[in-house]
Design a protein around this ligand. Structure first.
Ligand code: ATP
Length: 309
């Protein structure tokens, strides 16, 4: 195997007596997309801040291209870039001015700054907005500019901390394409997200962070198996008696509060049989909804598997 570009071993971090990271370990291959997946407050930003040398861990090691995040801060800063959940751009300047200003602050020479600015405005579809002040930009445009700025110095690794939180579905899809493009160009991407679907779409490898531990990691396909299949939620809202009968007929997870039954989608034939069974018994459900597995389902599955014998 190639030497990993990020290598983390037994990293621990607490704030006072609140333990946020409780010994996490993982490796990220060069040129890949790695996704750290977890709910709000799981410790994703804390991990990103340790890896990008903004804060120190209490113990454990984190190496980037072999450099130690504790000791080799300058070597690491040259190789990485970080974009936050909140765009670090100047609202009053135009997109182009922001890029030029940040290029100068990164000590790039004038010619490089100009070339990179033009390239990035193109790459991030910001040419027509280049001379407009950032305060007139949409959320998606700000996010794109933020990432463009972080790419000025051609980093080896880019940290994208929840790059799509708060974006509308279309901007989210655009951002996914952009991340995929970056990856195709060979940049290693460390992506944090709360969205299972996002990690699934983009990442070569996913690590799930929960209560300070990585509870599972592996390629998206491996984790998919863990999540179980898509399900059909059959609702009997307002029809308690029908729900009671259907409960006896169908194989699925029942919920008495919502009067629903969650049936795994094994095959089309099986689904047809189950619905036929209801029909033969004179029961018409109030509604049918397909449900994709959620992060909650994955956690349920993982904790179920980890229960003591
Ligand atoms: N400087 C700090 N001092 C005290 N507690 C902190 C500090 N920074 C973060 N925390 C706590 O650490 C926990 C993890 O925070 P972190 O921001 O890493 O989570 P996250 O997974 O990135 O979540 P989010 O999606 O909300 O950003 C939270 O409970 C947070 O309140």
């Amino acid at each position: 195997m190639l030497e990993p570009v990020i290598s983390v071993k037994d990293l621990k971090k607490s704030y006072g007596n609140h333990s946020v990271l409780n010994g996490i370990s993982f490796e990220v291959e060069r040129g890949s997309i790695f996704s750290l997946l977890g709910e709000n407050g799981a410790g994703k930003t804390t991990t990103v801040h340790i890896l990008s040398t903004l804060i120190s861990a209490n113990s454990g090691t984190a190496l980037i291209s072999g450099y130690d995040t504790r000791k080799d801060v300058n070597d690491i800063k040259k190789r990485i870039s970080l974009t936050g959940q909140y765009a670090a751009v100047d609202e009053l300047l135009t997109g182009k001015e922001n890029l030029i200003m940040m290029g100068r602050l990164s000590h790039l020479d004038r010619k490089t700054v100009k070339e990179r600015t033009d390239e990035l405005l193109h790459q991030f579809d910001l040419v027509s907005a280049a001379n407009k002040p950032v305060r007139t930009y949409s959320g998606g445009m700000r996010r794109r500019l933020d990432i463009a700025i972080s790419l000025l110095a051609s980093p080896e690794v880019i940290f994208l901390d929840e790059p799509t939180t708060g974006l509308d579905p279309r901007s989210r899809k655009n951002m996914w394409e952009l991340i995929q493009d970056l990856s195709n160009k060979g940049v290693t991407i460390f992506l944090t997200t709360q969205y299972l679907e996002e990690a699934d779409q983009l990442a070569d490898k996913i690590a799930i962070l929960n209560e300070g531990k990585i509870v599972e990691q592996g390629p998206a396909e491996t984790l998919k198996k863990l999540m179980g299949e898509e399900k059909l939620e059959i609702s009997f809202a307002g029809q308690k008696e029908n729900w009671l009968v259907a409960k006896q007929l169908l194989a699925g997870k029942t919920d008495e509060n919502n009067l629903t039954i969650l049936v795994p989608l094994v095959s089309v034939n099986n689904l047809r049989q189950q619905l036929q069974l209801l029909h033969e018994n004179g029961i018409e459900p109030a509604s049918l909804n397909f449900r994709k597995p959620t992060l909650d389902d994955v956690f349920m599955e993982i904790t179920k598997n980890n229960l003591p014998e």
